[in-house]
Design a binder for this molecule. Structure first.
Ligand code: SF4
Length: 351
């Protein structure tokens, strides 16, 4: 069984307590990190020099455990490849919207074991789960650089709900003494890990949930996403209905439009019948249709997107009364699909 580890903020607190430091030292330290945006312990002048030296000795020069290795920029998107312990790498995407809103897509695992057929990260395989610190540090990096953290989605590398440390990361991100983010600004994306969805319902009802559907046909979904054999589609939808009933929160459905695979009118009709037959006639589901992004490395490569099929699919769902949006191809010019920067980095390092 995977156990939750203590995050660094708890470890620092204990470290100070063991050295009989007054309670306000922890407050000063958190103030330096979160208000003054100071990353190096030695630059936290509010702390006595002797304490700064002890902190450096125990925790290293900086509060950050992740190291930025490479950045790619386009007009609205920045993608950062971070180094983590064990010589592994993870990716984070920062998106800037015109209204000034900044959103972040973070990784929860290094690689992934679930092997979805359209996904570059699945092709890497699972290297390891990230710690809570490695997840929250992806955000801390941007915070320390002065970015405003408006929304976060766990939609980078990995299946968030298969890593128990994600729950600690949620606690840290929403802790009023740390990141102090509203849970409503955080989204978790899942391929349908039922026990963890139930945990979200009970313990994190305000965090947004996105379910990756990608096919309304059970058999086809099992081929595209092997997790469907363990947690079949209808069982997941029943769990999501229960989530909506208990939390009164909307659930998002992600649907990647794979050309010639799942973008037919039959698929659209089946999505309609699946969702309209659910709690409150599916009015608390919101379907996001996502144009397929041809990946650099993935087990299968699909054809270019047929725009007319995307539009027909959208119209079928809309006409039924379902909530539906077509998502833009944000970040395609810098390979912003999960796992792509990692894959390119590995390739370039071989040369
Ligand atoms: Fe893993 Fe998500 Fe990719 Fe599936 S889509 S292989 S769960 S990262």
């Amino acid at each position: 069984m995977q156990l939750r580890q203590k995050n660094k903020y708890r470890r620092i607190e204990e470290f100070l307590r063991e050295r009989n430091c007054p309670n306000f030292r922890m407050k000063q330290l958190l103030n330096a990190i979160f208000k003054e945006r100071i990353d190096k312990f030695n630059d936290m002048n509010v702390l006595p020099k002797s304490l700064r030296e002890l902190l450096v000795k125990e925790f290293g020069e900086t509060i950050l455990d992740v190291v930025p290795l490479k950045e790619q920029h386009s007009e609205q998107v920045t993608k950062v490849l971070f180094g983590i312990s064990g010589d592994e790498k993870i990716e984070t995407v920062n998106m800037k919207y015109r209204a000034g809103w900044e959103s972040f897509c973070i990784s929860s695992q290094c690689g992934c074991s679930f092997g979805c057929k359209f996904c570059a990260t699945g092709d890497i395989g699972l290297k390891r789960n990230l710690t809570s610190d490695e997840m929250t540090d992806q955000i801390l990096h941007f915070h320390l650089l002065g970015h405003s953290i408006d929304s976060i989605s766990f939609m980078g590398m990995g299946e968030a709900l298969s890593n128990v440390q994600v729950f600690d990361a949620l606690d840290v991100l929403t802790d009023p003494t740390l990141f102090a983010l509203s849970p409503r600004r955080i989204s978790i994306s899942t391929i349908g890990i039922i026990p963890s969805i139930k945990k979200m319902t009970q313990n994190y009802p305000q965090v947004n949930l996105t379910f990756s559907l990608h096919s309304p046909f059970n058999e086809q979904r099992s081929k595209l996403m092997p997790i469907n054999i363990r947690y079949p589609l209808l069982d997941v939808l029943d769990t999501l209905d229960e989530h909506i009933r208990i939390t009164s929160r909307k659930v998002y459905i992600a649907y990647i439009m794979l050309p010639g695979v799942n973008d037919s009118i039959n698929h659209a009709k089946k999505v309609v019948s699946l969702l309209k037959g659910r709690y409150k006639s599916g009015s608390l589901y919101h379907v996001n249709l996502i144009r397929y992004n041809r990946t650099v490395r993935s087990p299968f490569r699909f054809a270019e997107v047929d725009e007319s099929r995307v539009v027909h699919f959208y119209k079928e769902l809309k006409a039924s009364g379902l909530n539906v949006t077509i998502r833009s191809q944000f970040g395609m010019d810098i390979d912003a699909a999960c796992g792509q920067l990692y894959a390119n980095y590995q390739e370039s390092n071989k040369q």
